[in-house]
Design a protein around this ligand. Structure first.
Ligand code: MLT
Ligand code: MN
Ligand code: ZN
Length: 303
């Protein structure tokens, strides 16, 4: 299985347009050893030709341009991207659907009923796209059940609900529902290799721990190092868990959970305030010592 990291940043990307935090300013001024990152998305394939896109970031046009395997090859209109899976309805994960409106066929979008509702009400992208290419919505299981995508026979997907957060414009922002956010195990049928993908994850519930333990690769929420990171930077009083993200450090944090695993472990959806973006930081050293990687745009993982 091949996993291409299209964007490893959280909402806003890195650096963020209006942010003058230590990381964003440091990167702009060349004082930081760090890479810029576009907003959260990956592509997965078993044959290197037919790809499933996970999330459609506002940066998708640039991301696909820099990803030759997605470029058109057959006929006047074509793409290596054959289907889309959305793990939530957040702006950073869905806005790119608008940039795919030139598709000559309806977009095949796999997502929960909750995400479908958000994308037809609070953020009505599906409704808007009905005036362009249209969307074929395919519901996904929330209980870990498997689904397949026609034409992508060698991959099997298992999706389950997560404790995280619906976006601010969702009708159920303050009334959590199963399917507001999902995690997905992607299994390559021919090899049995499994990736667990959950870029927005607030709590390691037992079914999440089991999915992580069953995987050969784990690509999970790397948004914040600590609970009050944005408050410390003078940016916002919102805490990590208010936004549905489990921080890395501290008791019960993401590092503790990842340390117990044998799989390759990689953090994704990194917020621009997170000190792990600075490759010389003490926080990054802690991850290195624990064998935990930090995803960057263009990284290709072969499982
Ligand atoms: C989140 O996952 O919480 C988002 O990155 C927030 C956003 O896109 O504004
Ligand atoms: Mn996000
Ligand atoms: Zn910043």
């Amino acid at each position: 299985m091949i996993i291409r990291i299209l964007g490893a940043g959280a909402g806003g990307g890195f650096p963020q347009w209006n942010c003058n935090c230590r990381n964003c300013a440091g990167l702009r001024q060349g004082r930081l050893t760090a890479r810029s990152r576009t907003q959260s998305s990956i592509a997965v394939s078993s044959d290197g030709e037919r790809w499933v896109l996970f999330n459609t970031s506002p940066d998708i046009r640039t991301q696909l341009e820099q990803f030759p395997a997605s470029h058109p090859r057959h006929g006047i209109r074509d793409s290596g991207i054959k289907a889309i899976i959305l793990i939530d309805s957040q702006i950073d994960h869905t806005t790119g659907l608008l940039m795919l409106r030139e598709s000559t066929q309806p977009l095949d979008v796999y997502c929960s009923e909750m995400v479908r509702q958000d994308l037809t009400t609070g953020f009505p992208l599906f409704t808007m796209l009905s005036h362009y290419c249209g969307v074929n919505h395919h519901p996904v299981p929330l209980d870990g059940g498997a689904f397949t995508i026609p034409g992508i026979e060698d991959l099997r997907f298992h999706s389950h609900t997560l404790k995280s957060k619906a976006p601010p414009y969702s009708p159920h922002r303050h009334d959590p529902h199963d399917g507001d956010n999902i995690g997905v195990i992607i299994e390559q049928v021919s090899t049995g290799r499994r990736l667990y993908y959950a870029p927005g994850l607030g709590e390691i519930e037992p079914h999440v721990g089991a999915a992580m333990a069953s995987a050969d690769g784990v690509l999970v929420d790397g948004t914040f190092w600590q609970h009050d990171e944005m408050e410390r930077a003078g940016i916002s009083t919102k805490r990590a868990l208010d936004m549905g993200h489990l921080p890395q450090s501290g008791a019960g944090g993401m590092i503790e959970h990842l340390q117990a695993l044998k799989a390759r472990r990689i953090l994704i959806h990194i917020n621009n305030t997170n000190p792990i973006l600075d490759e010389n930081s003490g926080e990054r050293r802690i991850l290195n010592d624990a064998g935990i990687e930090v995803a960057h745009d263009g990284l290709e993982i072969h499982l």
